[in-house]
Design a protein around this ligand. Structure first.
Ligand code: NAI
Length: 325
């Protein structure tokens, strides 16, 4: 099949080409993000291959359909950017990579916790300037700390296990509790009240949009840390800024941001930042931001490429994999 690969980075090309060494499919690599303007580039292709910030809304899907595109191969787990009812109405197929490496994301959440709690982002810069003062670098022991995991799917369960391994007491909230999960399930309210660290691992859906709003923040312990490696829209960022300003929220570690489409995955170092909310976040000493890199491990990239190829081949052969949306 001919596939237009949107939002291509060097690592996507490397891992997809490696998996496609038998040249079963023909890839056209496009650096552009998919949107209503760039959709025309998919003309003459059977499928598009997309990532988290590509626009797969009704308008774009309709245009892709008119261009003869029949399949959307998502090289990610989340699919909040895909309008599924329009996809079905058009008779198109989409498939995702549900679990390329839940370890990668859970480990990145842990990295954010460790760095934020022990102020590694500040310590690194201080030492480079020969400033060996320890003032302001005090953290707390993770051993015996209470950690709240919201969403105990593939990533949340590994997160819970990893935090238990560090000696934490782990609470969990999920409307669909899992018997496999080692955490103690409690209500969301209790989780927020009792946790020193709250880590988000649920998908973004209408029901979870701004799950962490000013009321939820108010319920959290003074000085608690909030970690979000899931989707930016789970958090009301202006409310978080207020909680940081008042000192009620002790720290924020995020890999995702609600307005990240305009910012992440590109080198913007030469341009003037237009997003004032993001600019305000950058001013806090207790905020640590990474640009949606939680998935980025060798293992995850290998799995993403392998499963994406499998999804494309299955579609071509008329076989279902259970990864269709
Ligand atoms: P999953 O589908 O295995 O688990 C999601 C869990 O959230 C399920 O157990 C579900 O019952 C639960 N849930 C649903 N509604 C909820 C609610 N209102 N409150 C609490 N929990 C709720 O998903 P997985 O693989 O664990 O991924 C979780 C999220 O992580 C994805 O939706 C995606 O947004 C994000 N992600 C981020 C990446 C990154 O690079 N930063 C990479 C991969 C995923």
């Amino acid at each position: 099949m001919k596939i237009a690969v949107y939002s291509t980075k060097a690592y996507d090309r490397e891992f997809l080409d490696r998996e496609n060494s038998a040249a079963k499919h023909e890839f056209t690599y496009l650096e552009s993000r998919l949107n209503i303007k760039t959709a025309l580039m998919a003309g003459g292709h059977d499928a598009v291959c997309c990532f988290v910030n590509d626009d797969l809304g009704p308008e774009v899907l309709t245009l892709l359909n008119e261009l003869g595109v029949r399949m959307v191969a998502l090289r990610c787990a989340g699919f909040n950017n895909l309008h599924r009812s329009k996809l079905k109405e058009l008779g198109m197929t989409a498939a995702r990579v549900p679990a390329y490496s839940p370890y990668a994301v859970a480990e990145h959440a842990l990295a954010l916790i460790l760095a934020l709690n022990r102020r590694l982002h500040k310590a690194y810069n201080r030492v480079r300037e020969l400033n060996f003062s320890l003032v302001g670098l005090a953290g707390f022991d993770l051993n015996e700390a209470t950690v709240g995991v919201i969403g105990t799917g593939k990533i949340g369960q590994i997160m819970a296990r990893n935090m238990k391994g560090l000696g934490c007491r782990v609470l969990a909230y999920d409307p669909y509790p899992s018997a496999e999960c080692s955490a103690e399930y409690v209500t969301l309210e209790r989780l927020l009240q009792e946790s020193r660290i709250v880590s988000l691992h649920c998908p973004l859906m209408p029901q979870t949009h701004h799950l962490i709003d000013s009321q939820a923040l108010h319920s959290m312990q003074p000085g608690a840390l909030l970690i979000n490696t899931s989707r930016g829209g789970l958090v009301d960022t202006p409310a978080v800024i207020e909680a940081l300003k008042s000192g009620h929220l002790g720290g924020l570690g995020i890999d995702v941001y609600e307005e990240e489409e305009e910012l992440f995955f590109e080198d913007q170092s030469g341009s003037v930042l237009q997003d004032d909310t993001f600019a305000r976040l950058l001013t806090f000493p207790n905020v640590l931001i990474t640009g949606h890199q939680a998935f980025l491990t060798q293992e995850a990239l290998t799995n993403i490429a392998r499963v994406t190829l499998e999804n494309l081949s299955a579609f071509e052969e008329g076989v279902t994999t259970g990864r269709e949306l």
